[in-house]
Design a protein around this ligand. Structure first.
Ligand code: SDX
Length: 371
């Protein structure tokens, strides 16, 4: 038995959903560059779940199903109102709320494909309403009901801010959702697959994935990037902060990747979007700081930005509070988690690796008097 720490480089399964080969990311064979430019989030969800791009009619039906299922049972917001909202992390709220959705769904434990696809739509549609509703409740306001005439991206911004977003805001946010939808066997997706490989239900799979995404080494990094930018404060302070951080062996959030060694293709697209949006809203401060940080990390550590780095500036420019950045990541990645859950169910084998034991050898029981 050879131990591979962190399963680095270990191929744990085959999958037809997304591929990362030579730093090229594709969903069902379509490059994320093409999808970011020509597609939209609902079309990508359909592609990830069904394997093909939808026809006009199929997309209309799918969008309507998402819109019809975006409402959230009152019990969920009643639960959220009972939480310590000013101190609890939104990812803990999201993890608990999705689990509660499962408690309230009479079909939660049905395992036929049709009911799993119906549950997938319910989870995907409701997760955005939960995140926006939580944010409003935390501000002391009531949740804004979803608007059936808006697409997923616009609806989230509408429910979050209580106003219809501009075309530019909607397009930027929709593209960010496309870019975060799936990413092969990342930690949270692998968590979901391990969970449902026991034939546990889809709500358990998504709930466990939310738990994994929460960590700062994974989806939690985007919020940490914003914390770092706020802590640095201005372009003049960047060099001093970064040099000190690197000297004390700190991990700079938003940099590095287990798979990409020549740069994360999503970061390049998000960087362009952050530049455009911050120029529009007239506050390019965080963008300019980010460019300087990227330059320093490349020069000093040969490290390149990952998807979490420029998404922080982009979400900030969209007026999203920083502790909602990872819930936004979860809203998008739910589409990927569900695709992998359905794929795992379709050709399942319990996922059960081994551990190389390095504890004490066999030894006799010790009576209390001998301890
Ligand atoms: C996501 O897997 C996915 O696909 C994830 C994701 C997705 O879409 O699902 O892409 C989303 O999670 C992106 C990653 C977000 N996390 C962060 O930005 C946190 C900061 N990054 C690091 O913690 C790290 O780069 C990881 C966790 C992303 C990858 O870690 P690895 O592969 O275990 O690499 P490592 O920690 O072994 O680092 C190798 C070397 C080390 O130097 P040495 O100790 O060998 O001298 O590079 C250094 C590290 O110290 N290094 C960093 C660094 N990342 C790696 N040094 C400073 N800052 C960093 N960010």
């Amino acid at each position: 038995m050879t131990t591979t720490k962190g399963l680095e480089g270990v191929v744990a399964t085959t999958s037809a959903i997304s591929s990362i080969t030579n730093d090229v990311l594709t969903y069902r064979g379509y490059s994320i560059q093409d999808l970011a430019e020509h597609s939209n989030f609902e079309e990508c969800i359909y592609l990830l779940w069904n394997g093909e791009l939808p026809t006009d009619n199929q997309l209309d039906i799918f969008k309507n199903k998402l819109a019809e299922n975006a409402g959230v049972p009152n019990e969920i917001f009643a639960l959220i109102k009972a939480y310590p909202l000013q101190t609890v992390h939104p990812m803990a709220v999201l993890r608990t709320a999705v689990s509660a959705l499962g408690v309230l769904d009479p079909d939660a434990d049905r395992m036929d494909l049709l009911s799993n696809k119906d549950k997938a739509i319910r989870i995907q549609a409701k997760i955005a309403t939960i995140v926006a509703g939580f944010a409003r409740i935390r501000q002391g306001a009531e949740p804004v009901a979803p608007n059936k005439n808006l697409g997923f991206a616009a609806n989230f911004l509408y429910m979050l801010k209580g106003r219809i977003p501009t075309e530019v805001e909607t397009r930027a946010f929709d593209t960010a959702l496309v870019l975060h939808a799936d990413h092969e066997l990342n930690a949270s997706t692998f968590t979901a697959r391990v969970c449902v490989a026991t034939l546990s239900d889809i709500y358990s799979g998504v709930t466990s994935a939310i738990g994994a995404l929460k960590g700062p080494l994974h989806g939690g990094a985007n919020e940490q990037v914003m914390n770092m930018l706020e802590k640095i404060g201005s372009l003049d302070n960047v060099n001093f902060y970064i040099e000190n951080a690197l000297a004390s062996k700190e991990k700079i959030m938003g940099f590095g990747h287990r798979v990409y060694k020549n740069g994360d293709p999503r970061a390049r697209i998000l960087k362009k979007m952050a530049d455009q949006l911050t120029k529009l809203d007239g506050d390019a401060r965080y963008y300019e700081m980010s460019v300087r940080i990227e330059q320093l990390l490349r020069e000093k550590k040969g490290l390149l930005p990952n998807t979490d780095f420029y998404s922080a500036t982009l979400y900030h420019a969209l007026g999203i509070e920083k502790d909602l950045f990872t819930p936004v990541f979860a809203m998008s990645r739910t589409s990927g988690w569900v695709a992998h859950i359905l794929e795992q169910y379709s050709d399942n084998r319990l996922i059960r690796p081994r551990a190389e034991y390095n504890g004490p050898g066999l030894r006799p029981y010790l009576a209390m008097s001998e301890r």
